[in-house]
Design a binder for this molecule. Structure first.
Ligand SMILES: [Zn+2]
Length: 358
């Protein structure tokens, strides 16, 4: 029977454990998973399953309230800065001590608990709440990585590990948001296993056009530097345009943090750190976008290679097969370079000049 756990696509192993765990609740869960997994969704699902009289049917009023963030007994603690502050975690503890209004639990979710470690760790404030929670309180923590500094926190929780997602999983998740299947597949291919990025891309009408733009590149390169320069300029312009939705999301995030800080009566912490994080995100986005382009090009040259090999063997078809193979080598090399530090302009110049000669 479908239930709320069906929302955790690609996590069959974690889901089968969770279905058992929520029938015998413990006082603290910790959901961990590599970058790109949707830990927030997992925390919501666990909260719904704990509150629901049917352990997460996914359709009753209780489930609906939790999933839309409207259950008064489920609190996702807000963070004003980049790391968790002691007073924010104390606030979490205060909330956990409230008697639940409904028949279920008082559920307190704290996301990204890895941000409670660091140079001035706030994790000890969290430990206290995890040690002696009131009987009807449950903590749901999430973390993409757990450093040794968090070992004590981890040891007080039941850990649920999500696994990294395949491209098909990501496509299914994005399609489940109501996005057209073909768009979801293209977004997933461009997102490299990252659901968050895939969702941003799926809202980006220009993604399919960008894929088409990359696909046209080989036909437009004629071996002259002028053609390579024209193609590079166009790619850089479309990278700028592609990064625009992310920039908008960052403005939104800054605004949300300012509101939270105002409500808590504190200053927005570490504004400069936040800006640095956003810059890093932008850079990562552009790198992922280039990776997407390189993968589109790899497909194009694989097709060319297949076509050349399917023809009767003669000097012309052999030359075309060799050219496609050489292009594929160049592209694989670029793909590798994208994993290390990277100068976008240099990489594009190398790539386009080499491909132009194939
Ligand atoms: Zn339900």
């Amino acid at each position: 029977m479908p239930d709320v756990f069906d929302r955790l696509i690609g996590q069959a192993r974690a889901v089968s454990l969770l279905r058992q765990y929520v029938r015998r609740p413990v006082h603290a869960y910790l959901v961990t998973g590599p970058d790109g997994t949707d830990l927030h969704e997992a925390a919501l699902v666990i909260a719904a399953a704990l509150q629901c009289p049917d352990y997460g049917c996914g359709v009753c009023e209780v489930c609906r309230l939790v999933l839309t963030g409207a259950d008064a007994d489920v609190t996702f603690v807000e963070r004003a800065g980049l790391s968790w502050r002691v007073d924010e975690l104390r606030e979490a503890e205060r909330v956990s001590r409230r008697r639940p209004l409904g028949p279920g639990y008082q559920i307190v979710a704290i996301e990204d608990v890895e941000l409670a470690a660091g140079p001035t760790p706030s994790a000890p404030a969290l430990l206290k709440s995890l040690e002696e929670p009131p009987p009807r309180s449950v903590f749901v923590l999430t973390a993409h990585e757990t450093s040794p500094a968090l070992a004590t926190v981890v040891s007080r929780c039941l850990e649920i590990r999500l696994q990294g997602l395949t491209e098909e999983d990501v496509a299914a998740i994005v399609a489940a948001d109501g996005v057209d299947d073909a768009v979801a597949r293209t977004a997933a291919a461009a997102a490299n296993g990252d659901v968050h990025r895939a969702r941003i891309l799926a809202r980006d009408d220009a993604l399919v056009q960008r894929a088409a733009q990359w696909r046209r590149v080989p036909d437009r390169l004629d071996g002259t530097p002028a053609a390579a320069t024209r193609v590079i300029d166009e790619i850089v312009r479309s990278l700028d345009a592609a990064a625009a939705p992310l920039a908008a999301a960052q403005v939104e995030e800054t605004r949300r943090r300012e509101t939270t800080a105002r409500e808590l009566g504190v200053r927005v912490a570490a504004r400069r750190e936040l800006d640095a994080t956003f810059k890093r995100e932008q850079r990562r986005f552009r790198t992922e976008e280039l990776r997407f382009g390189v993968r589109v090009l790899i497909e194009v040259y694989r097709d060319r290679l297949r076509d050349a090999l399917a023809e009767p063997e003669d000097a012309r078809s052999s030359a075309r097969a060799r050219a496609a193979l050489h292009a594929l080598d160049t592209l694989e090399e670029s793909h590798r370079r994208l994993a290390t530090s990277l100068d976008e302009g240099l990489l594009l110049a190398d790539l386009m000049l080499t491909l132009g000669n194939d």
